[in-house]
Write a protein that binds this ligand. Structure first.
Ligand SMILES: CC(C)(COP(=O)(O)OP(=O)(O)OC[C@H]1O[C@@H](n2cnc3c(N)ncnc32)[C@H](O)[C@@H]1OP(=O)(O)O)[C@@H](O)C(=O)NCCC(=O)NCCS
Length: 150
C-alpha cells in the first residue's frame, strides 16, 4: 500500500518536527538548523494531507556527484512507500542540480534501508570498516546514473 504524501522542500521551521523522526542520524539532528539553509544541501520533507511531517531526506551536491546524507520515515508510516517517494524526489533534485552519480553509506545491519536503496538502483561497491561511532561497518553504495531508472 502506498500512502498519499506530498514531498516539498524542507524549511527552517520544519526542524523540530524533523528531529522527532526515529532513526535520524545523530549528526543530522545536531547540524539540522545549519543544513536546512545551506545552498549545497537538498532537504525534502514528506507531509500527509493533514500536514503531518512523516519523512525527511537530505542530500549534498558537489559538482557532478551527490551524497545521500540521511533518510528517515516516521515509524507509523513505514512500509507505505514514503521512503521510496522521498528518495526518488531527492534523486530527481540532485540530477537537476547536475549530479550524475549518487553515493551513500549505510549500516551493514540496516536491512530495511539496504533493501530500499537496492530497489531504487543503488549497488554496494565497497565498505568502510568501523565507520560508525559504535564500531559498525558502513557499506558504500552508488547509483551511477540517477536519470536512468526514473
Ligand atoms: C529505511 C526507511 C527510510 C524506509 O522507509 P519506508 O518508508 O518504510 O520505505 P518504503 O515503504 O518506501 O519501502 C520500500 C521497499 O524497501 C524495502 N523495505 C523497507 N523497509 C523494510 C524492512 N523493514 N524490511 C525489509 N525490507 C524493507 C522493501 O523492499 C520495501 O518495499 P515493499 O514494502 O513493497 O516490500 C525507514 O525504515 C527508516 O526511516 N528507517 C530508520 C532510518 C534509517 O535507517 N535510514 C536510512 C539511513 S542510511
Amino acid at each position: 500500500m502506498t500512502v498519499d504524501v506530498e514531498v516539498v522542500a524542507a524549511e527552517p521551521h520544519d526542524a523540530d518536527a524533523i528531529r522527532t523522526l526515529p532513526g535520524l542520524g545523530d549528526s543530522t539532528r545536531r547540524l539540522l538548523d545549519l543544513d536546512l539553509v545551506r545552498d549545497d544541501r537538498c532537504c525534502l520533507v514528506a507531509c500527509t494531507g493533514d500536514g503531518e511531517l512523516v519523512g525527511f531526506a537530505m542530500g549534498l551536491v558537489q559538482l557532478d556527484e551527490a551524497h545521500v546524507l540521511d533518510l528517515a520515515v516516521a515509524t507509523s508510516h513505514r512500509r507505505h512507500g514514503v521512503g521510496t517517494v522521498l528518495l526518488q524526489a531527492l534523486l530527481e533534485q540532485v540530477r537537476t542540480r547536475g549530479a550524475g552519480a549518487v553515493t551513500l553509506e549505510v549500516r551493514r545491519s540496516n536491512d530495511a534501508a539496504l533493501a530500499l536503496y537496492r530497489r531504487v538502483g543503488f549497488a554496494v561497491e565497497g565498505e568502510r570498516p568501523r565507520y560508525y561511532p559504535d564500531g559498525e561497518d558502513a557499506l558504500l553504495m552508488w547509483r551511477r546514473d540517477p536519470g536512468a531508472r526514473d
